[in-house]
Design a protein around this ligand. Structure first.
Ligand SMILES: C[S@@+](CC[C@H](N)C(=O)[O-])C[C@H]1O[C@@H](n2cnc3c(N)ncnc32)[C@H](O)[C@@H]1O
Length: 500
């Protein structure tokens, strides 16, 4: 057996890989199956040419300097893959950040190259840092998938069918390496070779998971998987099916704010403008007032802007940004509100920011989903989502996330930054009657289960969603209307900016 295992193992146990992956994230250099493996992205011909030029420049430097893994020179194809994959997924990520779309143009490739240059210049390992990021993420993807399935046909592995629909060209070299290091066993079963993990392999996958968790890569992956799906649903229609009285409740909440004509109001997390323009926030401040509607998602803001144009609305201004760093000077607004949005933010920072940009004595208010909402309070969903429950237990992660704030968190954030704080409960129905909309909402919209999905092998993510879609029909047919819904309590919080 190759004593390379001992060398790589002690390197994996060192803190350096954690720091390197963390540094890459900080520099916006990313690599992930859900970016690389998705078919929805588009790379224009000019961008593709630029990508290949840039990749070859890096490859030439890496090969002539013997970088990547100086102690263990890698085949040219491996080196080429490292740079292709890093540049490609970073360009997709940059495209999303800049335009809210996964369409890569030449400037996105330039941006990816600039990020990679910055990262390599800053990382203590220099050019090898690029190899480290690739090795940690790709090896985790490979070994984690074998661990997840228990065993995998060698042929499936070599084609990346179940776990890595990207860079299959290096899978043979990777497998040879795993064999040499004693991480993977090959078992002949009569129907073909199967791969299993050895004890060493299991220890390595545990360590790689730790590196991804400690560096923040897993959290980043869970969070950012959402951008792949959030804008890709008809939010307004789906919400109306899943929460049939949500619009009535939001309209009632907006009236409770006591806003007056002529006020300048900030709305944080406006999305498609359901509250802003559909349910009357802009009407409350009248033509002499102004609503500044802020959201990080370009896709959703485009939908709001289309509504504004179609309806000839003149008192709404759209701004792209996040609640935690509002791009406005102190005391700009008469009031700041957020509808169904603060549970996606760092709520303490968001409320602090809303208080900062509102005038002393002004209102800060938020309507939030039920705290710690568990979709299994709907009896049909408890039955239907049993595979997700089992997976959460097996992976040791919470069942759902982003499904409402922890109880008491909204009240505490308001109390910390505001005076005269009042929090009330507002009942509404949540329904799985239209099971397809329900699935779309919880998986693609509110994205409750990214924490689970981001830990699954690539193929299994899609397969799980498909299985849930298929079983949904049967379970819907065998449950009563009452078993398809539950009453939940949203929280409405109100406070005043001190110092009036
Ligand atoms: C459930 S939607 C609600 C949209 C809209 N307010 C409504 O009631 O229909 C949540 C919104 O929060 C936005 N969001 C997510 N993270 C955010 C952040 N850090 N700051 C501000 N908004 C954020 C999302 O882009 C999305 O538009």
């Amino acid at each position: 057996m190759d004593d390379g295992h001992a060398v790589l193992w002690s390197w994996l146990m060192d803190h350096a890989p954690v720091d390197t992956v963390r540094q890459a994230l900080a520099d916006g250099v990313v690599l992930d199956t859900w970016i690389n493996g998705d078919a929805e992205e588009q790379v224009g011909a000019a961008a593709e040419t630029r990508l290949v030029q840039e990749q070859e420049r890096w490859v030439t430097t890496a090969l002539t300097t013997g970088a990547i893994f100086p102690a263990r020179p890698m085949p040219d194809a491996y080196v080429r893959t490292v740079f292709h994959d890093l540049l490609f997924s970073t360009a997709l990520y940059a495209a999303h950040q800049a335009k809210g779309r996964r369409t890569v143009d030449v400037p996105d490739v330039e941006e990816a190259a600039a990020r990679l240059r910055r990262f390599v210049a800053r990382a203590p390992a220099g050019l090898t840092a690029a190899g480290v990021v690739f090795f940690v993420i790709a090896t985790h993807e490979d070994l984690n998938a074998i661990a997840y399935y228990g065993r995998m046909a060698a042929d499936d592995f070599l084609h990346g069918r179940l776990h890595r629909p990207w860079s299959p060209v290096v899978l043979q070299a990777q497998l040879a390496l795993y064999h040499r290091l004693g991480w993977v066993d090959r078992v002949f079963t009569g129907t073909g070779d199967m791969l299993t993990l050895t004890d060493r392999g299991r220890a390595v996958v545990e360590r790689l998971r730790h590196i991804l968790a400690a560096s923040g890569e897993l959290a980043w992956r869970a969070d950012n998987q959402r951008w792949a799906v959030f804008g890709e649903m008809d939010y307004d229609t789906v919400l109306a099916r899943v929460a049939p009285d949500a619009n009535a409740q939001t309209a009632q909440y907006l009236k409770s704010l006591g806003l007056r004509a002529g006020m300048r109001v900030l709305e944080v997390g406006c999305g498609t403008g359901r509250a802003t323009v559909d349910l009357g926030l802009a009407d409350l401040v009248g033509p002499g007032g102004m609503v500044v509607a802020l959201d990080p998602s370009r896709t959703l803001l485009d939908k709001l802007e289309a509504k504004i144009r179609a309806r000839g609305i003149r008192n709404v201004q759209v701004v792209q940004g996040i609640a935690e760093a509002l791009p406005f000077p102190a005391h700009t607004f008469d009031a700041a509100v957020a509808v169904a949005a603060l549970h996606f933010t760092d709520v303490d920072r968001a409320v602090a920011e809303m208080a900062r940009v509102t005038k002393p004595g002004g209102l800060v208010s938020a309507l939030c989903p039920p705290p710690e909402f568990d979709v299994r309070t709907i009896p049909m969903v408890a039955l239907w989502f049993r595979p997700l429950t089992a997976l959460a237990e097996r992976l040791g992660v919470p069942f759902g996330e982003k499904n409402g704030l922890p109880r008491g968190r909204l009240q505490a954030a308001f109390a910390r930054h505001l005076t005269d704080v009042v929090v009330t409960d507002l009942p509404r129905t949540v329904s799985a009657e239209d099971y397809r909309s329900f699935l779309t909402f919880v998986l693609k919209g509110a994205a409750f289960f990214q924490n689970i999905l981001c830990r699954l092998p690539y193929h299994e993510r899609g397969a799980l969603i498909q299985r849930l879609e298929e079983t949904g029909a049967a379970i819907a047919a065998h449950t009563t209307p009452a078993e398809k819904q539950a009453v939940v309590y949203n929280e409405a919080a109100y406070g005043r900016v001190p110092g009036a």
